[in-house]
Design a protein around this ligand. Structure first.
Ligand code: SF4
Ligand code: MG
Length: 322
């Protein structure tokens, strides 16, 4: 499969009060054309920073210290802001957990979508109306005329997320990155938004990176999944393999702590302890302080990622390595 996105050795550092810390550490990932990759892990594992680095939208104190981010063979690391602006919104787009932060509160919805079409697709303002309404229909808003006159704060969270998706797909991007797109929404609305993303992915042949802490969502939406812990990829496989045959103790813990309809909530497992802060990772395996399988070697040396089977990799001393 041809890769739309190829990330190699991505390493991201942030400068804070205590100096420079590594938040994403040599992450490799590939996304094929039309493929959906899920990135899972608890908060603070580097999922969002990974995706913001791909978009080259890191905060000012963050830098890509090493690695490549290739979109269709073009390395985005090293491009200047002007070059990046042509790529963002056109060839790749991103939606976030809280759409309010990306929408302009003082512009009507109609004006905001129009601006995107003028800027990225070169449409004249006077010609954009039909396209705006068509985009709104595509994201499940039939009465677009009314919505166009509204301001973001007048809409529900679910509706705002639909608007963000409309803006994101306005230029038919090859790649859409969705960072916890439904976390802030009610359960029924969550399902509708996820359905919408799946439908659009199929209709537009888009690749999707879905960032979530919810393995249930990944199971329904994604082809492949990558588990991140403390800035590293600790396991990756196709979704079925990972759910049926998880290898890394962290992945096993995540699966056990995912609510399932058949299980009572009262028996839900939680992984003891918490993710180490960047700069405070233990030597050796970063999960060792929380792992009930930890051995002496785990405390001394960080394991390499090894191949379990075709397309399934895991970074854990239980499965060998030297
Ligand atoms: Fe646990 Fe050791 Fe595997 Fe780390 S390397 S997850 S500590 S068994
Ligand atoms: Mg996040």
């Amino acid at each position: 499969m041809a890769h739309v996105l190829n990330v190699e050795g991505l390493t991201v550092q942030f400068t804070g009060e205590s100096g420079r810390v590594t938040v994403v550490d040599h992450v490799d990932l590939q996304v094929g054309k039309g493929e959906a990759l899920g990135i899972v892990g608890e908060s603070g594992c580097g999922k969002s920073v990974t995706s913001l680095s791909i978009m080259r939208l890191l905060a000012k104190n963050g830098t890509i210290a090493d690695g490549r981010v290739e979109l269709d063979g073009q390395n985005l690391v090293g491009l200047n802001e002007k070059e990046l602006r042509k790529i963002r919104g056109n060839r790749m787009a991103m939606i976030f957990q809280e759409p309010m932060t990306s929408l302009n509160p003082v512009l009507t919805i109609g004006k905001q979508i129009t601006e995107v079409l003028v800027l990225h697709r070169g449409l004249k303002r006077s010609e954009a109306k039909e396209t705006v309404l068509e985009l709104l229909r595509q994201v499940g808003i039939p009465r677009g005329d009314e919505i166009c006159r509204e301001y973001p704060h007048q809409l529900s969270g679910g509706m705002r997320q639909r608007i963000m998706i409309a803006i994101a797909i306005a230029c038919k991007p090859q790649l859409l990155i969705a960072d916890e797109p439904t976390t802030a929404l009610d359960v029924t609305i969550q399902a509708q938004i996820l359905d919408l993303l799946s439908t659009l992915r199929n209709e537009l042949g888009m690749s999707l990176i879905l960032i979530t802490h919810d393995l249930g969502v990944v199971a329904e939406m994604c082809d492949r999944v990558m588990v991140m812990y403390a800035g590293e990829v600790i396991e990756s496989a196709d979704v079925r393999t990972l759910l049926r045959n998880p290898k890394h103790p962290y992945t096993i813990g995540l699966i056990r702590s995912t609510p399932q309809k058949s299980r009572g909530l009262d028996r839900l497992y939680t992984i003891p302890g918490s993710v180490p802060a960047p700069g405070e990772q233990p030597t050796g395996c970063r999960f060792a302080p929380r792992c009930d399988k930890a051995m002496t070697v785990c405390l001394e040396k960080n394991p390499e990622s090894i191949r379990i089977e075709e397309g399934h990799h895991c970074k854990c001393w239980l499965y060998g390595g030297d």
